[in-house]
Design a protein. Structure first.
Length: 257
């Protein structure tokens, strides 16, 4: 935005209700456009459109007219992880997502489950929790007890959940990672690469996502009536030490559906 000589108003929120309330106040400012990393309701989007303020969704999707979006290839990346784990011999999965109403988390978990089922997984336990280390740890310990330890791989919708799962496996359940169980996260947060974790995860190209969002907003401002567009940005599987995988580089697009 700075490179385009544009002024930026950054708004941070802590809850879904805060999003609605804050966006209502944001319309008091002379905005040219909105790039939103938060979930927007149809009513919120319509409010901005009534004020001729174009909306670009960041890592989100909408079916609303003239609402552009840019997102990581969440579904394809999750399917590739499922394929890599299955080809490495894993067949009993625990999938931990964020809150059920979180669309990005849901897309990742749903895609993983769909692909694992297609590839003949023997068991898939899927559950939802908060996006936190503590909840990831607690959810993992509880799921293993319910499954009598009959789990050989864990896929988490984000890295904070995965780091909690990893520590629960090592310190609460006495498992060796990745000898006894493989754990994969998503996002590649800084803690994921620490020697104490070495988490296998998916890295989003945040710089390209941001660049595409700004570019799409500029295109919308130049042509307000053009059809909505969605740009999907490729991600990269970062293989470290928390999972035994069939090399992701050897899995082609033909291996996933």
């Amino acid at each position: 935005m700075a490179a385009a000589n544009s002024k930026l108003l950054l708004i941070t929120v802590e809850s879904d209700q805060a999003v609605h309330d804050t966006l209502g106040r944001a319309l008091d400012f002379p905005l040219d456009g909105l790039i939103s990393c938060a979930d927007l309701s149809a009513a919120d989007i319509r409010a901005f459109q009534r004020h001729d303020v174009p909306v670009v969704l960041f890592n989100r999707h909408s079916t609303a007219r003239r609402v552009d979006s840019v997102a990581t290839d969440n579904a394809n990346a999750s399917k590739r992880i499922a394929a890599a784990l299955r080809k490495a011999g894993h067949s009993r999965f625990l999938c931990i997502g964020g809150p059920e109403d979180a669309p990005v988390s849901r897309a990742r978990i749903d895609a993983f489950v769909e692909e694992a089922q297609r590839l003949g997984a023997r068991q898939i336990v899927s559950l939802h929790t908060d996006f936190s280390y503590e909840e990831g740890s607690a959810a993992t310990a509880a799921a293993f007890k319910r499954a009598n330890g009959n789990i050989d791989a864990v896929f988490c919708a984000n890295d904070q959940i995965a780091l909690g799962a990893l520590d629960a496996c090592r310190f609460d359940l006495g498992l060796s990672v990745p000898k006894d169980i493989s754990i994969v996260g998503f996002d590649d947060v800084p803690d994921a690469s620490r020697p104490t974790y070495m988490l296998t995860t998916v890295r989003q190209d945040v710089r390209q996502l941001a660049s595409e969002a700004v570019r799409m907003l500029a295109l919308r401002l130049a042509a307000p009536s053009r059809r909505a567009c969605t740009v999907i940005v490729p991600s990269k599987l970062i293989e470290r030490g928390s999972a035994n995988l069939f090399s992701a580089d050897r899995i082609s697009s033909a291996d996933v559906r």
